[in-house]
Structures are given as C-alpha cells and as structure tokens.
Design a protein around this ligand. Structure first.
Ligand code: COA
Length: 140
C-alpha cells in the first residue's frame, strides 16, 4: 500500500470523480499527500483504488473508499479496508466509523463483512435524498 503522492494524485482524483457524488477536487486531495492514513493501492504503477480516514481523539473516521471501475468486484476494496482497520488498530484507536448512503448496498455489504454495524441514520442527508447510515466498528 502506498501513500498519496504527486505521481498518483491525478489517478486518485480521476477515480474519486468517477465514483463519489460529492468528490474531493485535486486541490483538496493534494492536502492529503503523505498522510499516513491515506492508502493508495497500485499495481504496476496503476492506481486500483484508495481509502482514508481522519482521527478524532481515539476514533478513525473513514472517508471514501473507491475502486477504479474496471477493477471492481475483485476483492481490492477488502485489501484496502483490511489495511486501514489494521493501521487504526496498531495506532491504538478504539473504533472506526463511517457514513454511507442507505442505497449503496455494495458498500454496506463490504462494511458489514468487516463487522461494522448500523448505529444511526441521518434522514435526507445526501443531495439525492438518500439517508445516511452511520456505521461503527469496535477495534480494540
Ligand atoms: C464499494 C466499492 C469500494 C467496493 O469495491 P470492490 O473492490 O468492488 O469490492 P470487493 O470486490 O472488494 O468486494 C467487497 C465486498 O463488497 C460486496 N460486493 C462487491 N461487489 C458486489 C456486487 N456486485 N454486489 C453485491 N455485493 C458486492 C461483497 O460483500 C464483497 O464481499 P464478498 O465478495 O466477500 O461477498 C466499489 O464498488 C466502489 O468504488 N464504489 C464506488 C464508490 C463507493 O460507493 N464507495 C463507498 C462509499 S464511500
């Protein structure tokens, strides 16, 4: 797993734009360069996907996890999630939380497969009108 850097930034920004409803721009992503909690999965110099979290006190707040479309359904998001959960654990954090659209069944299944459970719901949270599910995972 690599960090975000000048060489993979443009590829990450392209995947972000293709995958996320309110994508982070390249300028916003640039601020994440060298963030140890921003994991980029590359194969032969090509970015396959990425995921990141920010820390508040002892909680890892997951930002987006996204996989480039041609590489979806091959288990790559699980590798990224495994890395991020282990990293949060080894940094002594107690839990991880995230928000996901209630209609994003693939992502919800991914998170459930790691043991995340739904502990809250924000009505009409997204521009689409979808609710946000708040999911938590205890990691220590
Ligand atoms: C959600 C996303 C990251 C999953 O990445 P992926 O690499 O395709 O997923 P994986 O191949 O690692 O599969 C992980 C789990 O997701 C679920 N999943 C993946 N593809 C699925 C599909 N077509 N249908 C149902 N569940 C699916 C399964 O639970 C799977 O685990 P399993 O194979 O053990 O059953 C990817 O679809 C994506 O980038 N989506 C757009 C961005 C997004 O919605 N991000 C999450 C919200 S921020």
């Amino acid at each position: 797993m690599k960090r975000l850097d000048e060489n993979n930034l443009a590829q990450v920004a392209r995947i972000e734009k293709q995958s996320i409803d309110c994508p982070w721009s390249e300028e916003v992503l640039r601020k994440e360069i060298n963030n140890p909690n921003f994991a980029v999965l590359e194969i032969d110099g090509r970015v396959i996907g990425y995921g990141s979290y920010y820390v508040t006190v002892d909680v890892a707040n997951l930002n987006n996890v996204a996989i480039d479309e041609p590489f979806r359904g091959k288990g790559y998001s699980k590798k990224i999630m495994e890395y991020l959960v282990l990293k949060a654990k080894s940094d002594g954090l107690s839990s991880m939380t995230l928000e996901v659209a209630s209609t994003n069944f693939i992502a919800i299944r991914l998170y459930e497969s790691f043991g995340f459970t739904v502990e809250g719901r924000r009505k009409n949270y997204y521009q689409s009108g979808d609710d946000a599910l708040i999911m938590w995972l205890r990691i220590s």
